[in-house]
Structures are given as structure tokens and as C-alpha cells.
Design a protein. Structure first.
Length: 381
């Protein structure tokens, strides 16, 4: 019997998203207008932040976050190599140098114990990553950043809806813990607008700067000009960018946001099923969720014993019609960073890439399909 390939991820889109497009198409207002403003308001309420600013994608969000906290050519930003290349690239867009520290192999996130040794006279910011939706240890990183008078930027690209326990209460990532958090709505993330990004902050001055920079530094937003009874002429106040989100994207985003609780509940149910099933398989270890974190399980990374051949296992799975991926890339190993000089060894980051595989996990993956994935993981390892 021919089986459809089981993909690694699949966005949950349907009639609601399709219907949401009708409004902006009929109104003719299709970029950075009322749908974007409404999406920002609803996203802000969802994560518990006073300010949310929508942009074209998370890479743009990271670039603006770094610019606004003052990262300049020659500066250093402490981050992890174990991330999608966008994290390091945003630092390089500012003319700054990423200084990579290793991850905690249990959570795949920045090890707070390694950060202080990486701080130099040139350090301008710390950029942590809530990798694969697992919250970073903000309870350690926030006071560390404050103690050293450094802004903390969170790459929450994968972390829409993830939660962390702070002072005894569960908060969503994006509530101001660090100084700025950046989200992605790429189809590989838990909610999608095709492409899209969001910046959240508690700082109104920074939010105002994001709004200028995302539209060429223009002094008057289109939403204000269109409603005005008097002629308003805008001016470009400084070098800015075209980092706008469209109203078509925002309309889809609003529909996706309404589904977020349902999406996360299903992802967590599937993760728990993997977790239970993997316990019986030798040499294969499920990811760890600290008791202060609730991941949205944007990705589910399994760790393999060194004796298991990662590529052979992935090929075995692919032959069975199951897509997998290696562990998260290490930016410093990519050809685009060939001339980068590491300041610290990154054994855990490299091992996570070389001895990990990501398994299919998305709403719509049936229990039967998931059992089939587990069976093939067992046979192939
Ligand atoms: C996906 C991702 C990004 C980039 O997001 P885009 O919206 O595609 O620009 C940045 N950082 C991490 C950790 C990601 O996973």
C-alpha cells in the first residue's frame, strides 16, 4: 500500500484563514493597515505585553531589536551558534560580531553559566534563543543581563504560546521578561502568516522606533494619514527599511491566533505520546522539559547514542516515507561564516546537531502515523 509521505511539519490552515482574507481584499487596504493594527493588539493581549509591532519576518524583527538597543559596527553580541542562521545574520547586519556560547544539552538552549565569561568591553547585548519552542532559562538570564547592564533580546521565533514560570506564575514568552522578544510566523513555526514577524517590548520608546524603522523612517503612519481631516505630509526621519507586514498576512495571523490554544494542546498531546513511546527504545532519548517550562513543541528533537548512525537512520525513515531533520544547525559551521573565529568551544551545540533528529509533529498527525514513526525509529536505530 502506497503511503503519503509524513512531513516534518504542516501548517494548520483552513476555511477560517480563507474567509479572513475577504475583508482586506474587499476593502483594498492590503498592507500595514487596520488588519495589522488589530493583529498587533490581539497578539499583545495573547502574550501579555503592552506593545507589539508587526514586521515582515522574524529576521527583520531581530535586526530592528538589535538596532534599537544600540548595536553598532564593531560591537559584540553574545548568542548561540546552535540556531537557524537568521539569529547570527541579524547581528552581522548591524556590522557586529556574534560571540557564541554553548548550550545546555538538556534544554538545547543558551547555558547561562557560560555567558558572563563571554562579556567583554565590546559586548552590547545578549541574544538568547527559545530554541524549538523551549523557553530559555530567563530566571537566570534576566538578572544576569541586568547585573551587567546589557539589554537581553529574546529570539522567540519558535516560541509563540510557550510558557515559563516566573515568580510563581505562568507567563507566555513575549511578556516583557527580557527587553525585546521577536517572533516568526513562517510556515515552519506553530502559527503562520506565510511569512511574518512580531516584536514585543515593555518600552514605548523602542516600540515607536520599530514603527519608524519598519517603514523607511516615515514620520506619519498610513493609518493616521488616511483618517486625518487635514492634509498630512510625511517625512523620512532617518535611514529605515521596508519591513512591513501586509494586511493579508495579518488577517490570516488573526485567525491563526484564535487557533493557538488548540494547536498547542494538540502539539503537547503528541509530544507526551512520543515521550512515553521513546522510553522503551534503547539509545534514543526524548527532549527534556524543565518543570518551570511549558514548550509549544515547535520541534521535537530526539537525542541518539553516539553509536547510532544519524544519517543512516534518517535514510531508513525516509525510505519508510517519514521526513526527519538533523539537529538544529550550528551557524559557525555554515559556509557563510567560514572566516568566523570561535572564542569558545561548542561541544554540546555540535553534538546536538550531529546526534539529534527532529521527528514529525503537527496537528493532524494521527496516532497511527505517530506509532508508525516510532516503529521505524526503533527498527532503524
Ligand atoms: C525561523 C527562525 C528565525 C527566522 O524567522 P523568519 O521569520 O523566517 O525570518 C529566527 N530564529 C530562529 C530561532 C528561527 O527558528
Amino acid at each position: 500500500m502506497a503511503r503519503d509521505r509524513i512531513p516534518i511539519a504542516k501548517p494548520m490552515l483552513g476555511a477560517e484563514e480563507l474567509a479572513a482574507l475577504q475583508g482586506p481584499i474587499e476593502s483594498g487596504w492590503v498592507t500595514q493597515g487596520p488588519e495589522v493594527a488589530a493583529f498587533e493588539k490581539e497578539f499583545a493581549a495573547c502574550v501579555g505585553t503592552p506593545h507589539a509591532c508587526a514586521v515582515a519576518n522574524c529576521t527583520a524583527a531581530l535586526h530592528l531589536a538589535l538596532l534599537v538597543v544600540g548595536v553598532k559596527p564593531g560591537d559584540e553580541v553574545i548568542t548561540v551558534s546552535h540556531s537557524y542562521i537568521a539569529t547570527a545574520n541579524a547581528i552581522r547586519y548591524c556590522g557586529a560580531t556574534p560571540v557564541f556560547v554553548d548550550i545546555d544539552p538538556a534544554t538545547y538552549n543558551m547555558d547561562p553559566a557560560l555567558v558572563e565569561a563571554a562579556i567583554s568591553d565590546h559586548t552590547r547585548a545578549i541574544l538568547c534563543v527559545h530554541q524549538m519552542g523551549m523557553p530559555c532559562d530567563l530566571n537566570a538570564l534576566v538578572p544576569l543581563a541586568q547585573r551587567n547592564h546589557l539589554p537581553l533580546i529574546e529570539d522567540g521565533a519558535c516560541a509563540s504560546g510557550s510558557e515559563i514560570q516566573v515568580d510563581g506564575t505562568w507567563d507566555r514568552i513575549g511578556k516583557p521578561h527580557g527587553d525585546i522578544c521577536c517572533f516568526s510566523f513562517h510556515p515552519r513555526k506553530v502559527i503562520t502568516t506565510g511569512d511574518g514577524g512580531m516584536l514585543t517590548t515593555g518600552n514605548p520608546a523602542w516600540d515607536a522606533r520599530f514603527r519608524l524603522l519598519r517603514q523607511h523612517g516615515m514620520s506619519i503612519p498610513d493609518t493616521a494619514r488616511h483618517g486625518a481631516r487635514q492634509v498630512m505630509v510625511e517625512a523620512s526621519t532617518g535611514l529605515g527599511y521596508n519591513y512591513r507586514m501586509t494586511d493579508l498576512q495579518a488577517a490570516v495571523g488573526r485567525a491563526q491566533l484564535r487557533r493557538l490554544p488548540e494547536i498547542i494542546a494538540e502539539r503537547r498531546r503528541l509530544a507526551a505520546r512520543y515521550h512515553a513511546a521513546l522510553e522503551a527504545i534503547a539509545g534514543v532519548y526524548p527532549p527534556h522539559e524543565p518543570d518551570w517550562a511549558r514548550s509549544n513543541w515547535q520541534s521535537y528533537a530526539v537525542r541518539l547514542d553516539e553509536g547510532i548512525d544519524q544519517r543512516k537512520l534518517m535514510q531508513h525513515m525516509l525510505d519508510a516515507g517519514i521526513a526527519t531533520k538533523t539537529g538544529i544547525m550550528n551557524a559557525h559551521r555554515e559556509p557563510c561564516m567560514a572566516d568566523h573565529k570561535l572564542r569558545f568551544p561548542l561541544p554540546h551545540s555540535e553534538a546536538a546537531q550531529d546526534h539529534g533528529i527532529l521527528l514529525p509533529l503537527y496537528p493532524g498527525l494521527t496516532d497511527e502515523q505517530q506509532d508508525y514513526v516510532v516503529k521505524n525509529l526503533e527498527n532503524g536505530s
